[in-house]
Design a protein around this ligand. Sequence first.
Ligand code: NAD
Length: 264
Amino acid sequence: MERILEGRTALVTGSTSGIGHGIALLYAQAGAKVMLNGFGKPEEIARARAEVGAAMGVAEAPYSDADLSKPEAVRGMVRAAEAALGSLDILVNNAGIQYVAPVEEFPEAKFDAIIAINFASNFHAIKAALPGMKARGWGRIINIASAHGLVASPHKVAYVAAKHAVVGMTKTVALEIAETPLTCNAICPGFVRTPLAEAQVKPLAEEHHVSEEVALKDYLLEKQPSKRWVEVEEVARMALYLAGPGSGAVNGAALSIDGGWLAA
Ligand code: NAD
C-alpha cells in the first residue's frame, strides 16, 4: 500500500464498525495517524483499536467514546483528536443510524436521534475542526452521506432528510473554503454490506414472506442496478482518494458510489 497519507492525521467517526472502520484502517495503512470513535462491546472496540493501531505501528489507535447525539461531546471529541494526534488534518463524518417506518408511525425520538447523529453532529464537528485546519493551511472534510442524500425512498423520512441536509451543508462549507487549500465533499453510497444495511434484509423478508436472499435482491437492492452490495473497501478507496494528493480541485461534490442507482 502506497503511504500517500504519511504525516497526516485523521478522525473517523463511527469507526468501530462498517464503513468507518474500513476507512480508518485504509487511512492507517496509507500512513495516517487515526483516531477512532463509535459504540460497541468493549472487546469489539479493543479489536478495532488493535487492528488500526497495528497498521499505525502502535499497540492501539487513539479512541473517543463521544456520543455524537450530544453537541458538547462532538466538540470534545475534536479537541481530543487534536490533542492526541497533534493536529486534525482529515475529518470523516461517518457515524450514522437508521430507522424504517411510515411517516405517521415514525417515533419522534427516533426522528430526533437520526437528525442529531446523521446530520447535526457533522455541523458541530466541522465547526470545531475548521479553525485548526485553516491555521495549518490544509484540510479535508469528508461527509458520508448516502444515495438517500440525493433521492428518496419511502419509510426513511428522517434518514433521507438528514442525508439531504448533509449534502446541502457540504456544498455550503465547500463554498466558504473554496479559496483555501481545504476541501469539503460528500460520498453518497448505495447499499453497502455493513451491519446497518444487512439489518434491513430480515424485516423485508418477513414483510414479503420471502427468503432473505430474495428479499435482498428483489426489495433491498431493487434500486441498485448492479444487484450487488457495494463493499466497504470500495467506499474506503473513494475516501482515500478525497484525502490524498491530487484531489484538491474536488470541492462541494456529492460523489455517488451506488452501482448505478442515481443513473436510473
Ligand atoms: P454501522 O452500523 O456498521 O456503523 C455505524 C457506526 O456509527 C458504528 O461505529 C456505531 O457505533 C457508530 N454510531 C452510531 N451511533 C453513534 C453515536 N450516537 N455516537 C457515536 N457513534 C455512533 O453502519 P454503516 O453502514 O457503516 O454506516 C456508516 C455511515 O454510512 C452512516 O452514516 C450511514 O448512514 C452511511 N451509509 C451506509 C450505507 C449502507 O448501505 N451501509 C449506505 C449509505 C450510507
